[in-house]
Design a protein around this ligand. Structure first.
Ligand SMILES: Nc1ncnc2c1ncn2[C@@H]1O[C@H](COP(=O)(O)OP(=O)(O)OP(=O)(O)O)[C@@H](O)[C@H]1O
Ligand SMILES: [Mg+2]
Length: 174
């Protein structure tokens, strides 16, 4: 099995993907690291302070991987059979990103991206088996347990549904 853990920065991809790897036989793979190792970086985006990745080339590099969990905000575009989208309430995400010491512009750009559900849309437009988990009031361990339940088919389909903060009325407090 190959599973992508994706989401807006700060939603907990790295924390959860590593935790999932410890609880299962899935090998942890950092997509950012893989992109650098496999020479899939096209350029550097100064404003976003992040690498611009050749996703098509990187997808080819992931074809032969087996039994792994791919951590990164591009992982839903890669050769995976399940996608976990981590979500976080915008006001809490703001706190998490400020906690990382990020400047106000970068924090707000990512909070807006989470409100708009950019990654959620991308993931659901590119893959069939997509599961969205609200991490806001869960510990990383609880999120890992939810993912394992999903793998075991014990999630009642709740996580398969499209997740939208605007519909949930969770944006007015910012
Ligand atoms: N339920 C949760 N799941 C995951 N992380 C959580 C949760 N609750 C709080 N956190 C905290 O949120 C932060 C998430 O940071 P992390 O680096 O894992 O996110 P990320 O999605 O990998 O970000 P980036 O895109 O910048 O790599 C950590 O400090 C983590 O402890
Ligand atoms: Mg990370």
């Amino acid at each position: 099995m190959k599973v992508a853990v994706t989401g807006t920065p700060g939603t907990g991809k790295t924390t959860v993907a590593k935790g999932l790897s410890e609880e299962t036989d899935l090998k942890y793979v950092s997509v950012n690291k893989l992109a650098r190792e496999k020479d899939c970086i096209i350029s550097y985006d100064d404003r976003r302070e992040s690498d611009v990745v050749d996703v098509k080339k990187l997808r080819n590099e992931t074809n032969d991987l087996e039994n792994c969990v791919l951590d990164g905000h591009l992982s839903h575009f890669l050769a995976v059979d399940k996608v976990i989208v981590l979500r976080c309430k915008p006001s809490s995400l703001k706190d998490r990103l400020e906690g990382k010491g990020w400047d106000e512009d970068k924090v707000m750009e990512n909070v807006e991206s989470e409100i708009a559900g950019i990654i959620e849309r991308e993931a659901r437009n590119s893959k069939e088996r997509v599961y969205s988990i609200d991490t806001t009031d869960k510990s990383p361990k609880q999120v890992v347990d939810v993912i394992i339940n999903i793998f075991e088919g014990e999630d009642d389909g709740v996580y398969s549904q499209y997740f939208d903060w605007i519909e949930r009325d969770e944006v007015e407090t910012l």
